[in-house]
Write a protein that binds this ligand. Sequence first.
Ligand code: TRP
Length: 452
Amino acid sequence: MAARGNWNTKLGFVLAAAGSAVGLGNIWAFPTNVAQNGGAAFVVIYILCCFLVGYPLMVAELLIGRRTGKNPVGAFRALSRNPLAPLIGFWGVLCGVMILTFYVVLAGLTAAYIFEEICYFAGYSDLANFFAATGDGGHKNAVFSIFFMAMTILIVVGGVSGGIERATKTLMPMLIVILVLMIVYVVFQPGSGDGLREYLRPDFSRVDTNLVLSAMGQAFFSLSLGMGALITYGSYLRRDQNIAGAAAYVTVADFSIAFLAGLLIIPAMYVAQAQGIEIFDGGTLKSSTTLVFDVLPNLFHSLGGLFGFLGGVLFFLLLSIAALTSTISLLEVPVSYLIDEHSVSRRKAALAIGSVAALFSLVVAYDLSWVDTLFNIFGTIGLPLGGLMICLFLGWVWKTEQALAELEEGAPGIRNSVLGRSWAVFVRYICPVLILIVFVTSVRPLIGLWVW
Ligand code: TRP
């Protein structure tokens, strides 16, 4: 195997990490979670989770990756002789594969909507309905999922090329422009006021343990944390890169895009409702899996004309590309594991894991209720669990002193700065305690009160 690849430029890494972060998590999962879990109150808790737990953990993962230059399993093995340590990496690899199985199905739905928009505006409404079908569109879902997985495999086989690095640079601003334009349009539609209120005026009486667990899981999912994706990306990182700065950029960018998506979709839900489309069924969402796919096309259709057409096609195209830069990072983790630890070629590794995940994804394609189940187990619970283990490992096994020395590289003087010192306290104490509190309080009802 040739030497491990490196990102070509400093910016290349930030773009790839931002590309991994920004995806369906921001535009599909975040607004859906907000709609399901108490509106603005969820948003506030989510911000806290991103910056108090997510950011320190992102720095931690990148440091472990760059120090060891390895995949998650190899990285923990390199830093500790404890035979249990690599299990943290294995857990990450498992979560990655399982997240990938439902992620490609949703990404496939997104790609299908590009065709739906084209057909709708061209006047072929039967064909448009075919591409829009969700629950009863099993064959279509399966074909699009496999197509999406094939694209992911192709890119991972080629290594994350300069093309992807460069493409992300122009595509993400474009996505933001469309989001902002659509927000402006939606805000002037009847019904949007209720949505804005729901999204921006917190009612903290709606905060409960479930909400906090969902917000934490959502933050981990959206920032791509807890399963070693950023350990892997960090392993390709040059030593002159300022990790604390890059992670801050990625966290802020990811949060901002999620926030914008919510600002579009929550009001748009209420606009759709004012137009007679049923969104809620007695207070709960009628469809949590496909809410966003019900609301958004409705918006483009109601806009109509050239703008509706361009907006619809471009939006789903950009969202598909954002999803692709995320599936790449999900597949890259198990692939880098096979390459490093079992000397498998990149091509074989990507094909093998990609095919297995594609097979599993067929189950999801034919029964979309699996999306919620898999998201809850491997996203909402699995990722924070992985994050907890990574914090504890870094803080108590590898020790923050060593990590701070690594943080210095590319950011001289940071270890004695307020940021450096508080980062160490967060990873050692605050993050694990916060994650544990959330787990204990929200999982307790699930396993029965008799334990307490
Ligand atoms: N962050 C991506 C999104 O928001 C999903 C994702 C990509 C991810 N890679 C990951 C989630 C690694 C967890 C771990 O759509």
